[in-house]
Structure formats: structure tokens, C-alpha cells
Design a protein around this ligand. Sequence first.
Ligand code: GTP
Length: 320
Amino acid sequence: MKAVILAGGLGTRLRPLTFSMPKPLIPMAGPPMVRHIIDPLPKEVDTVILAVSYMKDLLERYFRENDVGRDIILINEDEPMGTGGALKNVSKWLDDTFFAFNGDVICSIDLTTMLEVHKAHRGIGTMALWPVSDPSAFGVAATDDLGRITTFQEKPPKGKELSNKINAGAYIFEPALLDHISEGVVSLEREVFPHILHRSLYGYTFDGYWIDAGTRENFLCAQHILLDRGQSNTCGIDNYPTGVRVIGNNLIETDYLEPSTIGPNVYVENGAKVCRGATISNSLIMEGAIIGNRATVLNCMVGPGAIVDDGVTISDEILA
Ligand code: GTP
């Protein structure tokens, strides 16, 4: 079985970090974000097709250098073709039921159960749905008693939403869906879903967690969930050096760690430097970054090689 990951977006909301790396490769609680989609795939998924465009060379290099336990096919779009156009572009590989994912969705869907439910319904597709209190900024799906989607509204005006369930960006489709996507730049959400409801598109509501990690706040929130779930206070080095105070769950890989206060929810990648008296919380500190003496970093993504000068406080920023 195949899974398609839409990974060709520009990631504008994570700039300037995404000026130098594609969003799927930003490390999240250890591995690049895209691995949090690939690794939990059910074992029957033997091939992952990445629909790429922006910075495809870096993605190619990552998958050449890292064995992820499945066959990887990277398909390039010269210009981003939109979420629907990207699927159409890989259609020659899709001759059976397949998974499809937005590349920045971090969630707890049980994909094996979702697949069983999809097969039992025998519709053209199944869309994972996530309940929220304010759905207006998302794709909103209303379903009937059988779970069939009766209306799909992409980002409806506030107050006009017909349901509180939003499109979670994780799908199972039959190849027949591809016949409903025209050539060129196409949005699945705006130009396809509203027009295929008569072919029986089902919703699959799940619980646990769901985050669209495409903004700094959401990225750090996803990191937090992953650190809390798996890695309570993991130190990649043998022991925290004397004087390092650690709060909550973190992942610290660097061995350049002077007496400082770290946590909660901090991932310090290997090769970063944390200098004396620094304070870091709710942040990602990437390889080669330097957090200076007595510097304070709150709610930030600090890109590779970025420097926070001695004594400086930064909060709610992306640095690259
Ligand atoms: P922003 O610019 O910050 O909105 O991020 P983005 O470019 O990733 O857009 P968005 O978050 O709306 O995209 C959702 C998912 O679809 C992401 O995983 C994108 O990589 C992917 N995506 C969006 N547009 C395209 C496209 O034209 N081609 C491909 N292959 N993937 C796309």
C-alpha cells in the first residue's frame, strides 16, 4: 500500500527558518517533522510518495542518507501545483487504496482502524476529522448519521460553520478520486472535496491530539506533546553537567552545555551551544545555534547557526 505526503509547500509561516530548509525537515523532538508522519504508518504501507517542490534537493538528500524503512519516491513539481494538483501529479503510482497526508500534521490517528472503517464504508474516500471549538479557520465537514460528509466548507465565515469538525489533513482515498482532479494547479479543499460528496466521502473522527504544525506556536505545541509522550527529560549526553537546571520534559542532545536553566519543552539539537547563565523554555534550538551568556530564549525557534547574543532576551520569534 502507498502513502502520499504533500510536502511541497513554501512554509511561509515558518520563515525565516524555511528560507534555508523545507518545513518537513525541521527537527521536531528529535527527527525531522516528516518522520512523525512516516514512522507511525501501518506496516502494510511499503511505499511513501513525497510530493515535493520547494527545496526538493534537501529532501532528496535526507532520504538518500537516511533509511526510513519504506521505499521512498520523491516526485517534483516545477511549480507548486496545490494540494489537489500534487496528488494528480503522482497518480500514475496510485492504482489502489492509498493514504494521503498534509506534511505538517502531527496527530494520534489510529490509521489501521481508519483503514478498516474506510474499507467497510466503500466510499471514494475517508477524511480524518478533528473537533474544535472555533472551526472557522479550517475546512469544516458536516456528516450524516452514517458518517458520510454532507457539506464541506473551506474556511467558512465565523458563525456560518455547519459543524465543529475540521479536516485534519489525513485521508484514505480510492484511485477514482483522481478522476475528479483536473490538470494544473488545483486545491483539494476548495475545488475537489465540495464536488465529490455525491461519491460518498466519509468522515473519521478520532481523539487524542491533532496539530497543524505550520506556525511557530503550533510547532512548539506539537514538540511539547511529543516530548511529553515519549522522552521525558532525555539527555543525549551521559549526564547533565553540574549547574544545569532542567525543568519538565526536554530533549538535550548537545554536549556543549554550561550551567543554565532549560525547560520545559526544549529541544536542543546536537551541535548547539548553551552558554553560562542562559535560560531557555518552550523552544527549539537547532544545530550550531549559540545561546549566549545570560541570554533568555522563550517560545522561539532558533535556526541552525543563529546566535542569541550575551544578555539578550528574545521571545516568540523565529530566528535563522
Ligand atoms: P504556509 O506557506 O505557511 O501556509 O505553509 P505551506 O506552504 O506548507 O501551506 P499549507 O500549510 O497550507 O500546506 C499544507 C500541506 O500541503 C503542507 O504539508 C504543504 O507542504 C503541502 N502543500 C501545500 N501546497 C502544496 C503544493 O502546491 N504542492 C505540494 N506537493 N504540497 C503542497
